[in-house]
Design a binder for this molecule. Structure first.
Ligand code: FAD
Length: 325
């Protein structure tokens, strides 16, 4: 009998997250003859995202739909997944390395008594089995790991694998029984108060325009926001800019902020401290704009522009606007 792989999908603002399709792609890459793929979608009001997910799955989509699962809570999600794991006994569980995935994965691994590999950026099939690549020391090195036991839980860094494409016949959507009601929860999330209302999710954005202390003020972010809008990207920041009060900490990228891997990262007025690089060095193409030609950011940049960001960024915005219109 083949392996059973379970992909735990996620929604954000009622929409399926792109990283869920990337996790599905990983499952298809690892799939061998006789293996089964199950996608599980937890949340509330899941009709639309479940249909979208089913369009990419050859097998089954299980929905865990309950009001207490609308917003992630470790307790409610653990309850919801426990029975499912006990019944389905997956050999491998794949999740996005998101805030939810990072919290949920070790709980699932403990429940399954499985090994766990986190923050995977690449995978390959070898004679020894699947090898998972993950960064070490804030992205300064990489290690390749494999699961030695019969069970594993793996989280995948967003934007590193391609998303799974559509399938010819969508999967059947099977609602799971209610595993949440009946067990009183110790904590319940009543409301989420958003600090920012960014149009594009920073961790999934294909383009990130980031500002550092060099933007000099909150107003200094405006040209960056305009460039991000033209490129349909998101705005990020260094901790230097956050500490200076130029922007919200929700934008911070780096070791103690968000990790992003966009196709294009434009660093404006950021020196390139190791702690910042930890959050963006895996971006596909990095453009650095800095008036100091010795700034360390140029060492990892694919393209470097030595100049004043307040001159260079509006020029880029104008050029991209013309090219893309
Ligand atoms: P600076 O280092 O001050 O650089 C500003 C740059 O702007 C300079 O290179 C300057 O030449 C350039 N500049 C100035 N004016 C202009 C202009 N008009 N046009 C173009 N360029 C201009 N940092 C993070 O970013 N993320 C983290 O998660 C993070 N975590 C940390 C965790 C720990 C434990 C510690 C100790 C530090 C952490 N830091 C983090 C802080 C990090 O070490 C740096 O202090 C920070 O990244 C510096 O931010 P910056 O590059 O914006 O500022």
């Amino acid at each position: 009998m083949g392996k059973r792989m379970m992909v735990v999908a996620e929604t954000k603002d009622g929409k399926l997250r792109q990283v869920s399709l990337e996790a599905l792609h990983a499952a298809y890459t690892l799939k061998e003859e006789g293996d089964e793929i199950i996608a599980v979608l937890p949340g509330h009001g899941l009709d639309a995202p479940a249909r979208e997910l089913a369009g990419h799955v050859e097998g089954r989509v299980i929905t865990l739909d309950h009001p207490d699962l609308k917003t992630y809570s470790a307790e409610a999600y653990y309850l919801a997944f426990s029975r499912l794991l006990d019944e389905d006994q997956p050999d491998l569980v794949l999740l996005g390395h998101t805030a939810v995935g990072r919290d949920l994965a070790p709980q699932l691994a403990a429940r399954l008594d499985a090994g766990q590999i986190s923050d995977v950026t690449a995978l390959e099939i070898t004679d020894e089995g699947a090898l998972f690549t993950r960064p070490l020391f804030a992205g300064k090195a990489f290690e390749k790991k494999r699961l030695t036991g019969s069970r594993g839980v793996v989280t995948l860094r967003p934007n590193n694998l391609p998303p799974a494409g559509p399938v010819a016949s969508p999967a059947e959507i099977v609602p799971a029984g209610d595993t949440v009601s009946g067990t009183p929860l110790q904590t319940v999330i009543r409301d989420i108060v958003r600090k920012t209302t960014g149009k594009v999710d920073l961790t999934e954005a294909k383009v990130v325009v980031s500002g550092g202390r060099g933007v000099k003020s909150a107003d200094g972010f405006k040209p960056l926001e305009e460039l991000a809008e033209v490129l349909q990207g998101a705005v990020g920041a260094s901790r230097g800019a956050c500490d200076a009060g130029y922007c919200d900490y929700a934008l911070q990228i780096g070791q103690t902020g968000k990790v992003v891997t966009p196709e294009l990262y434009i660093a404006c007025g950021i020196s390139g401290a190791i702690q910042h690089l930890a959050g963006m060095s895996q971006s596909r193409i990095i453009i650095a704009i800095n008036k100091d030609p010795e700034a360390p950011i140029f060492k990892i940049a694919d393209y470097g522009i030595v100049g004043d960001l307040f001159e260079v960024v509006p020029l880029l915005t104008r050029e991209f606007k013309q090219t893309l219109s």
